[in-house]
Design a protein around this ligand. Sequence first.
Ligand code: NDP
Ligand code: 2IT
Length: 445
Amino acid sequence: MSYIDETIEKIQKLHPEQKEFIQAVKEVLESLRPVIERNEDEYRREAFLERITTPERIIMFRVPWVDDKGNAHVNNGYRIQFNGAIGPFKGGLRLHPSVNLSIMKFLAFEQVFKNSLTGLPIGGAKGGSDFDPKGKSDREVMAFCQSFMNELYRHINHDRDVPAGDIGVGAREIGYLFGQYRRLTAQYEAGVLTGKGLSFGGSLCRREATGYGLVYITEELLKDHGTSLEGKRVVVSGAGNVATYAIQKAQQLGAKVVTCSDSTGWIYDPEGIEVALLKEVKEVKRARLTEYAKARPSAEYHEGKGVFTVPCDVALPCATQNELPLEYAEALVKNGCMAVCEGANMPTTLEATAYLQSHGILFLPGKAANAGGVSVSALEMSQNSERLSWTFEEVDAKLQGIMKNIYANISARAKEFGKEGDYVSGANIAGFLKVENAMKAQGII
Ligand code: NDP
Ligand code: 2IT
């Protein structure tokens, strides 16, 4: 049996319940066949695939907190420090009731290759909790964040592990987490967290970075194929940080974005999504998208899911993992979609990805397409180290350069390994090669 198949089988036996983690590992290892099979014996002798698929450290802890009525609750806290070969551990924190070890491990594993692709010195990590911030007061969210940090602080610092936001973690939560870290350590260590507010070490353009970066790399892809976003009809899923700024930038580049969605329903707005209203509903009021439809006569609200059934030229899934299964891939192909670029982490199932690619759809995987967020996080770390703040234009220009480089790198690697146009293989191989080089140089650790 090949070393890759052997490794996948081992992981399936060891962690049969970790569905998302197995899915992420399968995707990466399948792409690595042309690399590993050139020198299988050596990789096997060094247990290389076991090492790259096993986290350096998993931290799991209890997070007790008290609600506004005086009742105590306990949530599970996680931080997975997956691979620190090329830099301090780096990756977001997710607060969502679905969070479990499998989801944390898949996200941390993906982060290793994504962070490598940015070209910046950051290792891969992820963390979070099954705490549900929905419907909680600010004080309850603060109590949770403080309790979470009471354990996390001993495992992080600016050279060790630098968390940031993800689903359910935005400026409010990062503020509470930073405040508690500062209190516990009695130090002003700005670079321990990224995505901070602008008054305490945050970077301009971090809030916009993932969505903007996604659109920059999408434009790069389309340009490489003789077209652009100008005049294109785009569907976006999600209505959070990534979706909002992807919609904004796509519109600035002349596209018409006609959908967005949240966890209960979705909007079809043939006039184009109004970003200011979306922000008011989601960022300020933290309300449901029904509020958007109420305020906007051109918008239709639909319960449940359906964004990817709307005819479009380009689809940008920006909500969550496995939101784009085979049936939606079929609908996208049927409706003449030309490109799918992932703003979320692993939103497309393996079957749907294979279907899209085999039907000639240009497909950019999340670890390349959404790397703009963590890239600007790394730029925030640089600014914190030099105790300076760069202008929005400077950060945005760097972000554009990084996304351009990522596209050039993944398309070149795909070609080099005989997979031209297969950006999944290109991203996995390009991300892997740098981490591999660093791991080999550092010995068997
Ligand atoms: P937010 O919490 O800001 O927004 C998430 C959005 O997706 C919300 O509109 C939410 O609905 C919806 N959503 C979340 N979970 C589900 C679910 N299980 N089913 C349906 N809808 C859901 O998160 P982000 O925008 O930051 O993250 C979105 C995706 O992008 C995630 O996959 C994340 O890992 C990825 N990502 C984020 C980066 C960042 O910098 N923030 C960087 C790179 C990737 P509702 O409004 O109802 O909560
Ligand atoms: O998935 C991701 O890349 C993020 N949530 C951002 C991580 C970061 O450290 O900015």
